[in-house]
Design a protein around this ligand. Structure first.
Ligand code: RB5
Length: 150
């Protein structure tokens, strides 16, 4: 797994996630290689799929190593990201859940519920996610069975 300072991280959110997104970018900008901000950048009401799909596509194409997806509950934006076959978005409200999302599920997007946790907690979750490796082994077999056969 690449070290934090070599990661390109995509980040997408709806109106409920702007403050948390800005805080994460501000705090981690000197630590990751680059953020790709897919918006939204205003608190005007919007539709999370409009931001989730471009993020998920960037994960699929390899433009971004990992993604951070933020909405009020984290549900809508995670559900949308998970419609993309190569994306595994793990909704996380505790660091341990984010770590297990990486270790056991090889998650490549972390879903953040902005209306239910503090921005400081969100930052800790994102840092934990970006610095934890997939365990492989028995988990690899399970992850390989996730995708629906075409
Ligand atoms: C927006 O009000 C809210 O529905 C959205 O942020 C998210 O929680 C949806 O899952």
């Amino acid at each position: 797994m690449k070290p934090l300072n070599e990661l390109t991280v995509g980040i997408a959110n709806d109106h409920a996630g702007v403050e948390v997104k800005n805080y994460i970018i501000e705090q981690l900008s000197g630590k990751v290689k680059r953020f790709v901000n897919f918006g939204t950048d205003t608190t005007d009401s919007c539709d999370y799929p409009d931001y989730a799909h471009p993020l998920a596509t960037a994960i699929e194409t390899g433009e971004c190593d990992f993604g951070v997806a933020i909405c009020g509950t984290g549900n809508g934006i995670s559900i949308t990201c998970n419609k993309h076959q190569a994306v595994r978005a793990a909704l996380s409200w505790e660091e341990e859940i984010a770590k297990l999302g990486r270790e056991h599920n090889n998650a490549n997007v972390v879903g953040i519920p902005a209306r239910f946790i503090s921005k400081e907690k969100a930052l800790q979750i994102v840092e934990a996610f970006l610095t934890t490796d997939f365990e492989g082994g028995r988990h690899e077999r399970r992850v390989e069975k996730i995708a629906v056969a075409k």
